[in-house]
Design a protein around this ligand. Structure first.
Ligand SMILES: Nc1ncnc2c1ncn2[C@@H]1O[C@H](COP(=O)(O)OP(=O)(O)OP(=O)(O)O)[C@@H](O)[C@H]1O
Ligand SMILES: [Mg+2]
Length: 307
């Protein structure tokens, strides 16, 4: 069995009125196992372009993408029956209801009347959309419209789902509903390529994470593997001042007017805690998170001014 996704030396250049933008310079990575693979990167790093190439909306300039062994150039016809997509910034038709969107999408994809109704009911139930499923989209909120796009994509029974920022603009409870749906698909043996700027979402859902920067694929691994690429394993946040204790000796310190964050290693925690000048209720200790990994890998030396 071929692996879910292979991207080899992929390059994609946009050409507009004589101007060239290299959106993808070199994406080389392999998704070897089924499950959720999240592609993370700053705005403009090439994620949506990659999703467009992978879903056969754009053709590569160099290199290839294969999904379960099918090439995006040459095997488009077969591939289109194997994949489903939530495009970034898509919008439903104003004068159709969410239910009609899913139902007609099913029919367009070859399902019969009864089957289409069943799928529409199931996915609307799964995403908790019953209350507004028969309301015209023009009268729905931004988040309800976004869920409609997710419902259409998830209504298809395919091998691989491309979800480009599927939970953008959703409240935390609705987002968690989408997470549950994604987990169900994963447990049913589906593959999901997710892009998101919500790093808690990526940390919660991903079996593996790929990090991209300026059109280059730079790192891949599960959360622990990515964490272990950093010099430090522990994050200590101290509110207020910490006079009398030189934190720099224990690692890397970022300070602002609210306090300091120290990146350090676990073996230093006791020494820091035993320092009597720091009030314990002002300290938060935990492992470094995906945010820290992300900033370290793609954030360059951004100083965030929190004044
Ligand atoms: N249609 C287009 N024509 C020209 N340049 C484009 C086009 N679409 C995207 N780009 C450029 O290609 C680069 C990659 O864009 P892309 O949309 O793939 O980024 P992204 O990682 O999805 O960003 P975001 O997180 O903001 O969605 C950016 O520099 C962008 O300006
Ligand atoms: Mg994008």
């Amino acid at each position: 069995m071929s692996m879910p996704l292979e991207s080899k030396s992929l390059k994609k250049i946009y050409r507009n009125k004589g101007r060239k933008t290299v959106a993808i310079n070199d994406f080389t990575f392999y998704v070897k196992e089924k499950g959720v693979f999240s592609l993370l990167g700053r705005n403009g790093s090439g994620k949506t372009t990659f999703v467009k190439v992978s879903t056969t909306q754009l053709t590569p300039d160099e290199g290839y993408v294969r999904i379960f062994g099918k090439d995006v150039v040459g095997d488009e016809k077969e591939l289109r029956h194997m994949i489903s997509l939530v495009p970034q910034e898509s919008r439903p038709f104003p004068h159709m209801t969410p239910y009609e969107h899913v139902y007609l999408f099913q029919k367009m994809n070859g399902n019969n009347r009864e089957g289409s109704k069943d799928r529409a009911d199931t996915v609307i139930d799964l995403l908790g959309m019953k209350e507004f499923s028969k309301t015209e989209c023009v009268n729905l909120s931004g988040g309800q419209k976004q869920l409609t796009m997710v419902a259409m994509a998830l209504s298809l029974d395919v091998q691989m789902y491309f979800l480009d920022e599927p939970t953008i603009g959703l409240d935390i409870i609705t987002r968690k509903g989408v997470w549950n749906a994604i987990n169900r698909y994963k447990n049913a043996g589906k593959s999901i390529l997710l892009t998101t700027h919500y790093l808690d979402e990526a940390a919660f859902l991903s079996d593996e994470i790929g990090i991209v920067s300026y059109g280059n694929f730079i790192k891949q691994g599960n959360l622990d593997q990515l964490r272990s690429t950093l010099e430090y394993d522990t994050r200590i946040a101290i509110r207020g001042s910490h006079e009398g204790l030189d934190l720099e000796q224990f690692g890397k310190v970022h300070s602002d007017n609210k306090g300091s964050v120290l990146f350090t290693n676990q073996e230093n925690v006791e020494k820091i805690l035993s320092n009597s000048t720091i009030r314990k209720e002002r300290i938060e200790i935990g492992p470094i998170g995906l945010d820290d990994v992300f900033i370290s890998l793609v954030g360059e030396d951004i100083e965030v001014d929190e004044n």
